[in-house]
Design a protein around this ligand. Structure first.
Ligand code: SF4
Length: 474
């Protein structure tokens, strides 16, 4: 256990890195960025709960169960805080007897820390044109399960990463497998969202990954106890937006500070929060007005280790746009030259990378066996997802016709494949007419639909209250 009871119980003991083909596994040297000496395998959910206790003991007020649903602006257009969502609206958005209006929280500086692809950050990026001088953000979708395995197979503190199968050479992705305390293994698969085949399903890639001969024996005799999915940012240094604007700033993954070669963003998220706090305190010493811009935050980040760390690895992830082998070669070169190459590779918007269905091959995923592999709805049950039924749908289509008139004929409506919770279903009636059914109650809040929809027609909004997945030890 760490200081003040921090839930740091499992130091990493050894790192392993495998290249997989369909039937074989080859041991590769672990890339330097992926060495975990001195790190701990933890549950981020449990760390977050512990951090909340520390913050509250210092006098910070936390409002769990109230998502920030709206940015508040002054008449001059500066951010002056956020409002939580209204409660007690019915599906049509009308007030019911249980209606309670959202609460306004005002602040001279508002710090946005929404995680990857924040729904409010998306509106701020547009309003303040925060991407005018940066590349588009790029993303991946991570699918995660916790397994309780046979104690005889458990190897406390061991971490394993794989590349290769089941991804083809054009698609960037890989897995992790970490041995936590209490015979628990965290296993997951990450698929970059610049994939091209509209039939690809990251969820089903994860399921078939578990059937590999290097993985399956570990899970046999165990049971899956938890499931979750979440997008993560991959754009790195060249995709960082402008970080400050009138009345507020961005920190953590909503800004895009994840270090992809390390597959870690918690350290940069924490550091950006610390730099933001220090910058705002110093800013308030000199400024008393509302709606100012705390520009020193960006200046202070540029002299912190975050900037250096992200700049050094900026070309590694975009190198994989040209395929696995070029990507590996480029990663070795960039690591050897410590990122000193005079060029910066570009990032491209993920939603624009899909090929037409007519140019793509359908993927025949194996049927779930209910023992090692599962279907989406069984998995969603393990995410403890709950949304009150009578509320406005939180997945909003800008144009309700586009899924059937554009996405289905051109891209086989990829939402029915990429959504890891089976939220989007194409239904064909007796007259051979198609409709899109949105099972919003299953949504695990991964944000992929808001990112990958080729028509950019889906807006993910915060559902009522604290509705959504409830991950106990993830
Ligand atoms: S509906 Fe969208 S945000 Fe929800 S689980 Fe599916 S892809 Fe993720």
């Amino acid at each position: 256990m760490g200081r003040k009871g921090a839930p740091l119980n499992t130091p990493v003991k050894k790192d392993k890195f495998l290249f997989l083909t369909k039937d074989k596994a080859y041991k590769f040297p672990t890339p330097p960025q992926m060495h975990n000496k001195g790190n701990y395998i933890i549950s981020l959910g449990n760390l977050g709960r512990w951090l909340a206790e520390q913050a509250e003991s210092l006098g910070v007020e936390i409002f769990p169960g109230f998502a920030a649903a709206e940015v508040l602006y002054s008449p001059e257009g500066a951010v002056i805080g956020v409002a939580t969502g209204d409660m007690g609206l019915n599906e049509a958005g009308e007030k019911t007897e249980a209606f309670e209006p959202g609460m306004e929280l005002h602040a001279r500086q508002t710090v946005f820390a929404e995680g990857c692809h924040g729904s409010l950050t998306k509106t701020l990026v547009k309003k303040f044109d925060l991407r005018a001088d940066s590349d588009p953000q790029t993303y991946a979708l991570g699918i995660k399960e916790l397994w309780e395995i046979d104690p005889a197979k458990h190897d406390l503190g061991m971490t394993l990463h794989t590349i290769g199968w089941p991804m083809d050479n054009k698609t960037y992705g890989g897995s992790w497998l970490y041995h936590l305390e209490n015979n628990i293994v965290s296993i997951g698969y990450v698929v970059a969202l610049d994939y091209q085949n509209p039939y690809l399903s990251p969820f089903d890639e994860m399921q078939r990954f578990k059937l590999h001969p290097a993985i399956k024996p570990l899970l046999e005799g165990g049971r899956c106890v938890s499931y979750g999915a979440r997008a993560l940012v991959e754009g790195g240094f060249q995709s960082l937006p402008k970080l400050t604007f009138a009345g507020g700033l961005l920190i953590g993954d909503t800004a895009g500070f994840l270090n992809v070669p390390k597959i870690k963003g918690n350290h940069t998220a924490m550091k950006s929060g610390m730099v933001a706090a220090e910058s705002i305190v110093a800013y308030f010493d000199k400024h008393t007005e509302w709606g100012g811009e705390c520009e020193s935050y960006t200046a202070n980040l540029k002299t912190s280790w975050i900037w250096k760390e992200l700049k050094k690895v900026r070309n590694i992830r975009p190198g994989f746009q040209r395929g696995l082998w070029f990507g590996l070669f480029n990663a070795a070169f960039e690591t050897f030259t410590m990122g000193l190459a005079p060029w910066t590779l570009k990032n491209h918007a993920d939603h624009a990378q899909l090929q037409k269905a007519s140019e793509s091959k359908e993927i025949d995923y194996p049927k779930p066996d209910g023992i090692i592999t599962f279907d989406k709805l069984t998995s969603v049950q393990l995410s403890n997802t709950s949304h009150a039924e009578n509320q406005p749908v939180h997945l909003r289509l800008v144009d309700p016709n586009i899924p059937i008139s554009v996405n289905l004929p051109e891209y086989a409506e990829p939402a029915q494949h990429y959504c890891p919770a089976g939220v989007y279903e194409i239904i064909k009636d007796n007259a051979q007419n198609y409709t899109l059914q949105i099972n919003a109650q299953n949504c695990v809040h991964c944000k992929t639909c808001d990112i990958k929809d080729p028509s950019q027609n889906i807006n993910w909004a915060t559902p009522q209250g604290g509705d959504g997945p409830n991950y106990p030890n993830m």
